[in-house]
Design a protein around this ligand. Structure first.
Ligand code: F6R
Length: 263
């Protein structure tokens, strides 16, 4: 596990974009797992900048998004489809045929739809690099506390905490989605490399529990402790409750000297 501590949200976004951009340059047909949420905005902004400067070609990249709200059409301003097109897809040269986001408009046949999403990931050859955010309750994707650590893509009921966190994005009186389609923890753990971003004080407990707490379905991000290649990029506030900061700093220094290709 590598932990990169950054002093601001902006630096965090640039560092994440640098890692994604390097992965795309190393493998132009990268299978890239993507996330939405406010933490991701800086990374997408910087990836778009690198693309516009002519430094980054997405034409052969294949993307798979982690999740989508159930009941929201792609045109809904709060859908993850809309988020992805507005902040990233519309500004880079991804082939639309290579973009996959769970369909939030399906009505019934959920298990079948979710296994077809898993099959699409498998048929593409698996995910090379999966980007993740983290919820205040430690969720990754929409794998809420108590999710099975072996879970696959499925329909998931959102926790009250997540619904409350989302309320501010919806108009007064508008129905807030209570369910989502999300990749499972088991699905996420199969990606070759994981990159988790967290910023702000509201994420500090989740980050400390995920990295230094026991592996538990109560904090689904703690399952990342089982993965051989995870990089956390956190800002000072999100990393504030980590007890072993000094050790992570030394690991990073030694990694830069001994195995710089990991960075
Ligand atoms: C979204 C997703 C979620 C978010 C998490 C953090 O695709 O998978 O797990 O990453 O809820 O969201 P923000 O960044 O808005 O705090």
């Amino acid at each position: 596990m590598l932990l990169v501590l950054k002093s601001s949200e902006e630096e965090l976004g640039c560092e994440a974009a640098r890692i994604v951009a390097n992965a795309v340059r190393a493998n132009p047909a990268l299978r890239l797992g993507l996330a939405t949420g406010s933490t991701m905005l800086g990374m997408y902004k910087d990836l778009v900048r690198l693309h516009k400067q002519g430094n980054l070609d997405f034409s052969r990249v294949i993307t798979f998004n982690l999740d989508e709200y159930l009941g929201l059409a792609p045109s809904h301003a709060q859908s993850f489809h809309h988020f992805m097109y507005q902040n990233f897809f519309s500004h880079v040269n991804l082939n639309p045929r290579n973009i996959r986001i769970p369909d939030g408009t399906i009505k019934g046949g959920y298990a079948q739809y979710c296994s077809s999403y898993e099959e699409a990931i498998r048929n593409a050859g698996g995910i090379d690099l999966q980007v993740l955010g983290i919820g205040r309750n430690g969720h990754i994707g929409f794998n809420e506390p108590t999710s099975s650590l072996g879970s696959r893509t499925r329909l998931k009921v959102l926790s009250k905490e997540t619904i409350e966190d989302n309320r501010r994005f919806f108009a007064l009186g508008e129905k807030i989605p209570e369910c989502a389609i999300t990749m499972g923890i088991g699905t996420i753990l199969e990606a070759k490399r994981l990159l988790l971003l967290a910023s702000g004080p509201s994420k500090a407990a989740a980050i400390a529990n995920a990295i230094e707490g026991p592996i538990s379905a109560a904090v689904t991000a703690s399952a990342l402790q089982l993965h051989p290649d995870v990089t956390f990029i956190v800002d000072r506030e999100a990393g504030a409750l980590l007890k072993q900061q000094e050790y992570y700093r030394r690991v990073l220094e030694m990694t830069a000297i001994l195995t710089p290709e990991r960075l």
